[in-house]
Write a protein that binds this ligand. Sequence first.
Ligand SMILES: [Ca+2]
Ligand SMILES: [Ca+2]
Length: 164
Amino acid sequence: MGMSVDSFYAALKRVAGETAQPTGIALVDKAQAAANAIKVSQALDAIAKMLDTPGGAKGQDTLSNLSVLLTLSRSEKQGFDASKLGMSQSEASDLALKFATYDINDDSRLDASEVRSMAGQLGIDLSPEEANAALKAMDRNSDGLIEFSEWAEWYAARKGKVPA
Ligand SMILES: [Ca+2]
Ligand SMILES: [Ca+2]
């Protein structure tokens, strides 16, 4: 899909180059924006699908269990409540394990580079700008970082369990 979007864009660019009209350039800008939007939405779909799949990306070793406990207890102190999102405790733990897996620098937040690397591991290569756009979709308080509770809320909203 990424390939076909890119080649579609390349084809449009050639056409616009031949006409050299302002409308042609506007068409390319539009196509570029559409390509970005498609990739961002593909990445969000891939992330949601990964969250739908039970079992962590990492093994259930002691260290990752510890990350899960830390992530959950930090979030609960900030008011996170799995039951309010229609999630069981084990679903929340699975989500926390995945969060910890992609939180590369262990600061309990996902930044745009971590979102980019997560999407990449799920087979969607995003530009830094696209990763930022994907992050914005999940960053509910707009501080540029995804906290675990925001990730869980985004996921629950996608599943229709809480209002978006
Ligand atoms: Ca992080
Ligand atoms: Ca945030």
